[in-house]
Design a protein around this ligand. Sequence first.
Ligand code: MEV
Length: 318
Amino acid sequence: MPGIISTAPGKTILFGEHAVVYGKPAIAVPVNEKMAKAKILPNISARTESIQFIASQIELDMEYSQLEQKHPLRIAVDEVKNFLQIENYPSCKIFLETSIPISSGLGSSAAISVALINGLLNFVGYTPTPKIVSDLAFQVEIEFHGNPSGIDNTVIAYNKAIMFQKEKPVEFINPGAEFSLLIADSGIKGNTKTAVSEVRERWMADTSTFDLYFEKIGNITLQAREMIETGDIFSLGKLMNANQELLVKIGVSHSSIDNLIDTALDHGAFGAKLCGGGLGGNIIVLVNESSAPHLSDILINAGAADVIYMKLKPGESA
Ligand code: MEV
């Protein structure tokens, strides 16, 4: 049984976070500039099932059997065993690492799950479809995030730009032009589980107002898909700003996010919004290719902890 390496990208949500939890469509793209990696090596010296996890970034060196029942890594292994209908998984050492910052809206938890589940299946000679990996990773996400929509595991497992809506088949988006995006980290850790549950409390307290917000976000997302496919960067920027206004209304922005967004817009960005759960984390900024390096410096000077430059290109996602 040869060793294997399995990777998975980060992700960002261009439109529709939170509303997607309430059944509205959302648009997400993979961020291949940041990756999670699972390296699985056979452990032929172990007699009984021994699955050793080594994640030096979080100082974890532990046997699967010692992890608590609800630990995401344990759930991932259990999901794979269940799927393969095997009682014992072959003994192995699993090295996990990631360049995706945690709690920042870039899908770090889903990327680890996808890389691990894909790796565990490949290690035993099973080549899964993206849907299988996504469905299994979703079970881990449920434990991690409480009430996830499924968008993170889906965009990461397919590694393509998608329009996602709960209980509907995933749709792929093919951009009509090249779009330049900056992803700027506010440096404030967000917590998706907290953000999603706080939004739920507000929704329960004022359902009609929040349903209207989600409806508006859903409509913005549908228009945005059209603008991405026709390559209309100006309109797309305006839609990002409109989406951000609604994210502020549902209470998931943060002063450091607002500050970075204002800075980006003051310096010629077409549009900017938070991405992911919010309450911190990253913003996504739509820019001219030529002004991207300069704006990136400006965002760093304004307090961004890191800025990623990425492009959304025609043909890559069809
Ligand atoms: C998290 O990346 C996006 C949220 O909409 C939560 C979810 O869809 O599961 C905030």
